[in-house]
Design a protein. Structure first.
Length: 175
């Protein structure tokens, strides 16, 4: 793909196509692919930086549809939920090809995106491991994955973790 075509796509022309044979994918403001020197390449070195956020290509990206434990959140039995989620996202993304589709902007103007690691939905993988919650306020996309993690007693469900929005409210109130 020529760099001028890439610039048009990333500027948000809504009906541009990626031109894959047999599969025309509408891109523009909906698709953000990590590019290095004009070529598709793996995003290397991304890390979890805070609740729901990964650092990618010099920017913070919030993952759509999931809610991470807070970085210092500890569950009832002492399990370090925040650390477990950071470890899981690092393990899934380290050295992998990461593609993100921008879905919106959050209240801090960060891109909100659904991301794939080597073709696997990153949010779904994290929810299935039980290291994050599906955020049903945003989407029902990961509801079944969340239910399966609960049913199988994975991570946050095995350790009696407080939901992050409840944890934030309780800790903000000085508890």
């Amino acid at each position: 793909m020529a760099s001028s075509e890439l610039r048009r796509i990333l500027r948000g022309h809504p009906r541009q196509s990626c031109g894959n044979p047999g599969e025309q994918l509408k891109v523009g403001r909906f698709l953000v692919v990590v590019w290095v020197v004009g070529l598709a390449a793996p995003a290397i070195g991304q890390t979890a930086t805070d609740s729901d956020v990964i650092w990618l290509s010099g920017a913070d990206w919030r993952l759509h549809g999931i809610d991470f434990p807070n970085p210092d959140q500890v569950c009832r039995d002492g399990w370090q939920a925040g650390e477990a989620s950071r470890t899981a996202i690092r393990q899934l993304t380290e050295g992998a090809r990461l593609e993100c589709r921008n879905t919106a902007k959050d209240q801090y103007s960060r891109p909100v995106a659904t991301c794939w690691v080597n073709g696997q939905d990153l949010g779904a993988a994290l929810v299935r491991q039980g290291v994050v919650w599906a955020s049903l306020r945003q989407t029902w996309r990961y509801m079944l994955d969340d239910w399966m993690a609960w049913f199988n007693g994975k991570g946050i469900y095995a350790h009696g973790c407080e939901k992050p929005w409840e944890w934030r409210a309780n800790n903000k109130a000085g508890r």
